[in-house]
Design a protein around this ligand. Structure first.
Ligand code: ADP
Length: 632
């Protein structure tokens, strides 16, 4: 039989190196990871057999078995589950598919220098490779259910692994760890001790629904081989009463489901009685996964039917904006054969989704009321995702708004809309916001000038989704949500007669210039008018109240939709010296062609000031350079 040697994929090799020179102090978790993989393999086989009865596989006694050999210093975790084909072993064990891995490794290298690598490892969890924390060689023998030939994989965790055919492999997978030499200083971590194994399994894997067996130590030579004992209670945590289960146990289930090695932020339990009975055990993680905003993010919770695992990532149970929630839902009255398509249409499932959604939102509300720090963590990690719900879930809009907070000019910490409204000045009717890419860039935008001047609070919205939900929501407690970059701004109030008179006078003075500039800039600008929002800058561009903002236009284009280009409005600051001078020149001269460049510059400056790009950057640079030259 030939043995083939392969190189690990680069990322896989880097991860392995990390495991070998392990930065993770709690090495016991390797066993949790191997048992977790074995349990998944049993679930998969049971499902496959259910769907295809002709599959030539033995499902009569699905279980996990752990064997230790003190003399050989090996530990073996065996399952009789789905197994892997020769090709699968190379692909699944030799490479890392996770889309976030490259980012993860980059951060890990940086963290290692900073000494915080342990937290990052915990964040990702690295499954099978964690065996290399305690072993200097790992052998995996596997046979895919239904196939006749098995595969043996071996590696010392360095740059290569070997693959060979194994004729005698039983169905399923066994992973044998050749443990690193015993540490006489540290007897507590002797993984050949059945006592130690029992303890680890009890702590991390008690809820696994398949039996985890181990043969106890033999009393002496010649004794009959003892019966294997089952180490775990196999009781589904969600089926046990609340006071029977410790927080630690819940957290271990979370880790098993999520592949996150850290504690969740919150555990949510729900028992629904009645015609459609189900139990749910949901978790809000403490950290957003790296791929939360990628298209291929695997969302959804696990679906069980009467304690039997049915599917991972069941999308039908929670709306997309709660895709970060992990957990288990166990329904009593579904068919074991239920498919994703059926679930999407099922009336009971839809009711379940509504109930679970409300439960998650009310839990977030409780966190917010009880614990400001934990709420702040939640919002930092998942606020952006949750805000999608303001657009897509009108039924729960108020509940989502109630737990949403936003950056504001009022303080460094975010504010709720309720708090904003409480602080509103006498005579202020609307809730003002500005959208853009970063707090710094929008805080200094010309659109903000008059608000800063008059001390009017503005919400600073910097997520892409902000552009959308503000329109979808429209108002809060009868107060309109208004962009500082849209429509006319009148912070003085209509009743201010003196201001009105002043404005009329200015309007007359500038009428000629405004009309002429409008003609010059007609291609991009639908109106040139005097501004009530500028105190420092010469000009700014704004949108009409119902126009798409440039950011939104770009977003739609990026999604492949055709949107007509919206012309914008140019506002001039009549108190700015450049604008005043331009008006003067306009009035004095008969021939205005010498002012065209100034009009053009004014427009481009306004575009730049809000973070936009000049239409023709080269021309803009030339115009500015020419003028600078004249000032020398
Ligand atoms: P993860 O479990 O997070 O996907 P692992 O590195 O632990 O990552 O495992 C990679 C893949 O190898 C698994 O997704 C699974 O497809 C396969 N695998 C691991 N252990 C087993 C096993 N005992 N039986 C069958 N397949 C397994």
């Amino acid at each position: 039989m030939t043995t083939e040697t392969f190189e690990f994929q680069v990322e896989a090799r880097q991860l392995l190196q990390l495991m070998i020179h392990s930065v993770y102090s709690n090495k016991d978790v390797f066993l949790r990871e191997l048992v977790s993989n074995a349990s998944d393999a049993l679930d998969k086989l049971r499902l496959e057999k259910l769907r295809d009865d002709s599959l030539d596989a033995d499902v009569s006694d699905l279980h996990i078995r752990i064997d230790v050999d003190k003399d050989a210093r090996t530990l073996t975790v065996r399952d009789n589950g789905i197994g892997m084909s020769y090709e699968e072993v190379g692909r699944l064990i030799g490479t890392i598919a996770n889309s976030g891995t490259a980012t993860f490794l980059k951060e890990l290298r940086e963290a290692q220098e900073g000494g915080d690598a342990e937290g990052l490892i915990g964040q990702f969890g690295v499954g099978f490779y964690s065996g290399f924390m305690v072993a200097d060689e790992v052998t995996l023998v596997t046979r895919r259910a239904g196939e006749s030939q098995g595969t043996r994989w071996t590696s010392r965790g360095e740059s290569t692994y070997t693959l060979e055919r194994a004729d005698d492999a039983p169905q399923g997978t066994s992973v044998t760890l050749h443990l690193k030499p015993a540490d006489p200083e540290n007897q507590l971590h002797d993984y050949t001790s059945p006592w130690k194994i029992r303890e680890i399994v009890k702590r991390y894997s008690d809820f696994i629904t398949w039996p985890i067996r181990m043969v106890p130590e033999t009393a002496g030579e010649g004794d009959a081989a003892p019966e294997p004992e089952t180490l775990n209670s196999m009781k589904a945590l969600w089926a046990r009463s609340r006071d029977e289960v410790s927080d630690d146990e819940y957290h271990e289930l979370y880790k098993h489901i999520s592949h996150d090695w850290r504690e969740p932020l919150e555990t949510i339990r729900l028992q629904a009685e009645g015609t459609f009975e189900y139990q749910a055990l949901l978790f809000v993680p403490a950290h957003a996964p790296h791929d939360l905003f990628t298209r291929d993010f695997q969302r959804g919770v696990q679906l069980y039917v009467k304690r039997v695992f049915i599917m991972d990532d069941c999308e039908a149970l929670l709306p997309p904006y709660l895709r970060f929630v992990k957990g288990v839902v166990d329904a009593q009255d579904l068919s074991l054969n239920v498919s994703r398509e059926i679930l999407q249409q099922d009336r009971h499932i839809r009711m379940m989704q509504r109930r679970l959604t409300k439960k998650v939102l009310s839990t977030i509300k409780e966190i917010k009321a009880k614990d400001a720090d934990r709420y702040a963590t939640f919002w930092r990690e998942f606020g952006t995702a949750l805000k999608e719900g303001l657009v897509t879930d009108s039924e729960n809009r108020d509940a989502i708004l109630a737990v949403s907070s936003f950056a504001t000019t009022h303080a460094a910490e975010p504010t709720t809309l309720a708090q904003y409204v409480e602080r509103m000045k006498d005579g202020q009717d609307d809730i003002y916001y500005i959208t853009g890419e970063s707090r710094e860039s929008i805080e200094n935008s010309p659109h903000m000038e008059v608000f800063r001047d008059k001390g009017v609070e503005v919400l600073l919205l910097t997520d892409a989704v902000d552009e959308v939900w503000v329109d979808a929501v429209g108002e809060y407690e009868g107060k309109k949500l208004r962009s500082v970059a849209k429509g006319e701004i009148d912070l003085d109030g209509k009743s201010d007669e003196k201001a009105d008179g002043e404005r009329e006078k200015q309007a007359e003075e500038y009428a000629g210039l405004l009309g002429w500039m409008q003609e010059q800039l007609d291609e991009d600008i639908k109106e040139v008018r005097l501004s009530a929002r500028l105190t420092v800058s010469p000009a700014c561009v704004v949108s009409d109240s119902h126009d798409l903002t440039p950011a939104l236009e770009n977003m739609y284009r990026a999604m492949g939709q055709e949107v007509p280009r919206t012309k914008r409005i140019l506002e001039l600051n009549p108190d700015h010296l450049f604008v005043k001078g331009l008006n003067q020149a306009y009035k004095e001269r008969e021939d205005h062609s010498g002012l065209v460049e100034s009009a053009e510059l004014l427009h481009t400056l306004a575009v730049l000031a809000e973070g936009g790009r000049p239409k023709d950057p080269a021309r803009f640079v030339k115009l500015v350079a020419d003028r600078l030259e004249r000032t020398l």
